[in-house]
Design a protein around this ligand. Sequence first.
Ligand SMILES: [Zn+2]
Length: 158
Amino acid sequence: MVGPIGAQQEAVMLKVRPGEKRTPQALCAELIAPCGMNCGLCMCYLRKKITCGGCRSGDEGKSKSVLACTIRKCEAVRASVSVFCSDCAKLPCPRLKRLDVRYRKKYRMSMLENLRAIREDGIEPFVESERKRWTCPECGGVQCVHTTECIYCGFAWA
Ligand SMILES: [Zn+2]
């Protein structure tokens, strides 16, 4: 997630033309951004055109808001052992708080909850729980956090 995506992108988020079908088994630790976002669920990662490899990859495919993200570039995260915001003394910083509020309201996840799980259980158990949580019950594809229905089969989640 990519963490943050711009307001403009959010308006069109319901229509994602997906790339090759991905399953939750492909989710991995490298796709979890410092802020706790699971980039493997992001429309920018799952879409067909101009895909983003996640916040831990290079700048390719990233929107201006992601390139400008202060969490992705945060010195404290880079210097931390865990490479997540979870062990930061300033947690939650204002930037992360805003992001968390937006994702809890608009989407079906919380960065702060994710970070807590990463801190308490470890990254691999967290990734495993994400694989279960984001599996489409209809087709087994990975669910996109930014949509209200499966981008592969159209199954709508409540
Ligand atoms: Zn599906």
